[in-house]
Design a protein around this ligand. Structure first.
Ligand code: EPZ
Length: 419
């Protein structure tokens, strides 16, 4: 197992290039199944979730090769509709292959998806929506088989703007006969990216970016090239780290138009933000102020994926703060590890209460999921003394190289393998 070691206490200073977006790349990789040819994906992040998706796609016949940050995916021949248990159960987003595989070959066998232990992660919204398009599901224990003799356009209303369910519906509707009207869609930037990719391959989608999409079934999608946008959550992670540790950082490529909620709360906390074409400069030299009350929400609300990094910034802020998690019921679990470092977070149900500033003290902590693991790294960078973070592999699911990135910001951080 590999772990990360950090000697904390230095402000973040320097520039970091923001990687391609994990949550944009994964659904677009699934969408490649709908293209009987080669798709070129530029700026594709080199992270383990992308590797996992590559393994799954290879198992159904997609030929994939990587050349630096470019992925070439050739889905000319789909040779199987059975997804491998080993990879599917490792990653939640494997479920979005359902819509794509039904769209391409009208059947799929998969397993209930795994993923982070951040709370309940049912797929009922996915299944009900796909059934409206003509899919039939048969569950047998942990595995699930779906068939769709005919996919027919329909009117669908999602009771909750689930990102994954929205993606699954889009992927199946693109290949359905007729027009599909979807209301109650998620509007995250990653949904927009998926729609823009599909349009570039010949799909006809209206209402992009809104909660209501109109998708006209398309007989055949064509080969295309698409550049994955920078990752707003990685950019937000390093922005909040700079607030917590103090310093002066340039986030090159940060997608500022997708980060309004994070930028707004950072200003409230006392950060100086300079928005430039090439990225965001964030400066925090004076006192960090608490925010009173903040809650996570669906886009454009404060992203749940930045809730854990925000806990670190809030414990370093002066005054009382309350952070309410409204999306995943297990995502505040990381507070227990942060409290071992002296964060003083009180959790009551979905509310976290903080009173700062707190001086964090380094110690050995354990990452149990992706964004909580990243938060532990930020806490280590702020703490007095040494912090050792076990289970680096969770963090590598979504960050290309958090050690490299923070070293470029002057943090005394390294990794140790073989623990
Ligand atoms: C996507 O997960 C992201 N993952 C998550 O990022 C992100 O936190 C989440 O959207 C919310 O923005 C990817 O894009 C790969 P949801 P997803 O379906 O699609 C409930 C990260 O750290 N729900 O919008 O799984 C669910 O339990 C990851 O990068 C149902 O009840 O999120 C949750 O409470 C973590 N039934 C809420 O909806 C369903 O069928 C939001 O889930 C589906 C979801």
């Amino acid at each position: 197992m590999s772990c990360i070691q950090i000697k904390g206490g230095r402000p973040f200073r320097g520039e970091v290039l923001i990687q391609g977006s994990k949550n944009a790349a994964l659904p677009i990789m699934a969408a490649c199944v709908l293209v009987p040819g080669v798709t070129v994906l530029q700026n594709c992040p080199d992270i383990s979730d992308v590797d996992c998706m590559c393994q799954i796609l290879r198992c159904v016949g997609v030929e994939i090769r990587r050349q630096e940050d470019v992925l070439f995916l050739d889905a000319s021949c789909i040779t199987s509709h059975c997804l491998p248990e080993e990879y599917v159960t490792r990653m939640r987003s494997s479920v979005i292959l359902t819509g794509a595989m039904l769209g391409r070959c009208r059947e799929i066998s998969l397993y209930y998806p795994g993923g982070c232990v951040i709370g309940d992660r049912p797929i009922d919204l996915h299944l009900r929506a796909l059934e409206k398009l003509g899919a039939c599901f048969a569950a047998n224990g942990r595995s699930l088989t779906a068939t769709a003799p005919a996919l027919t356009g329909s009117r669908i209303r999602l009771p909750f703007p689930s990102v994954g369910a929205t993606e699954n519906v889009i992927l199946a509707a693109v290949a359905a006969k007729g027009t599909t009207y979807v209301d109650g869609c998620a509007t995250e930037p990653e949904i927009v990216a998926l729609c823009e990719f599909l349009k570039g391959a010949g799909a006809k989608i209206g209402g992009i970016g809104s909660g209501s999409l109109v998708i006209e079934g398309t007989k055949r999608l064509s080969e295309s090239c698409y550049r994955v946008e920078p990752d707003r959550i990685v950019a937000g992670t390093y922005l909040l780290g700079t607030l917590a540790a103090g310093g002066d950082v340039f986030l090159r490529g940060a997608p500022q138009s997708q980060m309004e909620s994070v930028l707004e709360v950072s200003r409230r906390m006392g950060a100086e933000l300079v928005l430039q074409k090439e990225g965001i400069r964030v400066v925090r030299t004076g006192e960090l102020a608490g925010v009173g009350s903040i809650r996570t929400g669906v886009y454009p609300g404060f992203p749940t994926d930045l809730q854990s990094p925000m806990l670190v910034a809030l414990c370093r802020a002066t005054g009382e703060s309350r952070l309410t998690e409204t999306i995943f019921n297990g995502r505040l679990a990381v507070a227990a590890e942060l409290n071992r470092m002296g964060a003083g977070i009180r959790v009551e149900g979905s509310d976290a209460y903080l009173s700062g500033p707190r001086q964090l003290t380094g110690c050995s902590v354990t990452a149990r999921e992706l964004r909580g693991g990243a938060a532990l790294v930020l806490a280590g960078a702020c703490a007095r003394g040494m912090t050792k973070i076990e289970n680096r592999q969770f963090i590598d699911r979504g960050y290309e190289d958090i050690v490299r990135d923070l070293q470029s910001l002057g943090v005394d951080i390294g990794d140790k393998t073989g623990f």
